[in-house]
Design a protein around this ligand. Structure first.
Ligand code: GDP
Ligand code: MG
Length: 195
């Protein structure tokens, strides 16, 4: 187990034709806005501030590619669930996301970021469904677990596992703040990127 995942920013894509070349292996991170995706990516890669590269002004939503080794990538997908975004803009992101999952040969697994206090939502379930097509796997991080007591944590873990009853999906509690589950998440990501 490596101690960290070296990461270099590769490129951003606003449209399908701007995606990084579809070679090698990659792992994508998706989640509702504010679920803790940037924080989780930073904890897993131990690069504080890395995923902030993806923060762009206004409502521009980009797919950001990071390289961990030649032809090995982490992909930061645009967050969903903003209340204030116009329907037309929301549809454009969803189309781009759906296109990404449809065409991407190098995508091995999805890390789905879910706020443990909210649980799995309809859009999260849609992401999972898109990702699992064509033999891919998924790993759900129930984030901000430090906000729950042990009993609440076990309950949401149980409920989420039941909702994702699929051999290709694993679920864990995660807290960047309490450093809970960071190693487990990193191992899952590294197993997808390993040759
Ligand atoms: N308590 C707690 N708060 C967290 C944790 N991870 C993220 N947050 C907070 O949740 C908010 C959203 O986090 P961010 O990573 O920017 O979410 P993103 O929009 O999904 O990228 C921020 O205020 C973070 O400080 C965690 O493990 N514990
Ligand atoms: Mg973010």
């Amino acid at each position: 187990m490596s101690q960290h995942l070296p990461v270099k920013f590769l490129k951003s894509a606003a449209e399908a034709r701007q995606l990084a070349p579809d070679v090698g292996r990659e792992v994508a991170f998706a989640g509702r806005s504010n679920a803790g995706k940037s924080t989780a990516i930073n904890a897993i890669t131990q690069r504080s501030g890395l995923a902030r590269v993806s923060r762009t002004p206004g409502r521009t939503q980009l797919i950001n590619f990071f390289e961990t080794a030649p032809d090995r990538r982490l992909v930061d997908l645009p967050g969903y669930g903003f209340a204030k975004v116009p329907q037309s803009v929301r549809l454009k992101w969803l189309e781009l996301l759906q296109h990404y999952f449809e065409v991407r040969e190098s995508l091995l697994g999805l890390v789905l970021i879910v706020d443990s206090r909210r649980g799995l939502g309809a859009q999260d379930a849609a992401m999972l469904e898109w990702a699992l097509a064509r033999g891919r796997q998924a790993h759900v991080l129930l984030t901000k677990a430090d906000k729950l007591n042990r009993q609440q944590g076990q309950k949401v873990l149980r409920e989420t596992r039941a909702a994702c009853a699929d051999a290709a999906v694993t679920v864990q509690l995660f807290s960047a703040r309490a450093r809970e589950g960071v190693e487990e998440a990193r191992e899952r990501v590294e197993s997808w990127l390993a040759p």
